[in-house]
Design a protein around this ligand. Structure first.
Ligand code: CA
Length: 224
């Protein structure tokens, strides 16, 4: 899940960034409405957490600009006792709201519900040969063997499995699984793919993860 947090309170933004990253999400943070709107329009997020009171441009204004072009699910953060803010947010196209202070687990559950709602045609399970992935429980099996994956490994597996048959560049994988501050010069993607392959492919057949080197044609001309 790729999440944008637009929140000017540094502590809240850090807390959300940390919590969501630990859940395997790719998280970008904007600390004002102008940056937030720019990121929301430039990138494709699965869900956006948008504070109402922001410097530069308030959350309602960001939401209205976003809704002119995109239907990315938006959860708004509103202050306690501001019923009119919640009504206005929902009226302007917010999909849900949460009153501060909120519990992280509630926020997470709401974000998951919003992204599921946005993907009604998407399956909750993916089967690829004898690999089975439960996207809701975030668990995977090869045959009867449960594969123990970290949150990031699961996100990587889900991204690849959803796009089975496609060739994904390292940059595309980094963009989908990590966040915008990801340094594509590092070998993090290679290392993560290697770890994932060791877990889902090494002891099993058929092999499902294939690396295509630049300059090589897939399938017909395998790399040597
Ligand atoms: Ca604020």
């Amino acid at each position: 899940m790729k999440v944008l947090i637009v929140e000017d309170e540094v502590k809240t933004a850090e807390y959300l960034h940390k919590g969501l990253t630990e859940q395997g999400c790719a998280v970008d943070v904007a600390n004002d409405g102008i940056d937030g709107q720019h990121l929301a329009l430039q990138h494709d997020y699965d869900v956006i957490v948008l504070d109402v009171m922001l410097p530069g441009r308030d959350g309602f204004s960001v939401l209205r600009a976003l809704r002119e072009v995109k239907q990315t699910p938006v959860l708004m953060l509103t202050a306690r006792d501001r019923v009119e803010d919640r009504i206005k947010g929902l009226h302007d196209g917010a999909d849900d709201y949460l009153v501060k202070p909120f519990s992280f687990l509630e926020l997470l559950a709401r974000l998951q519900a919003l992204t599921r709602r946005g993907r009604t045609q998407e399956p909750t399970q993916i089967r690829l040969s004898n690999l089975q992935i439960d996207l809701i429980a975030r668990k995977a099996w090869r045959g009867a063997t449960r594969i123990d994956l970290t949150a990031k490994e699961f996100s990587l597996l889900a991204v690849l499995a959803r796009r089975q048959g496609e060739i994904l560049s390292k940059t595309a994988i980094a963009e989908l699984v990590w966040d915008m501050n990801f340094d594509s010069n590092t070998n993090v993607v290679e290392v993560a793919i290697k770890r994932l392959r060791a877990k889902i492919d090494a002891a099993f057949t058929p092999k499902l993860l294939h690396t295509i080197r630049p300059g090589c044609r897939p399938r017909r001309q395998p790399c040597r």
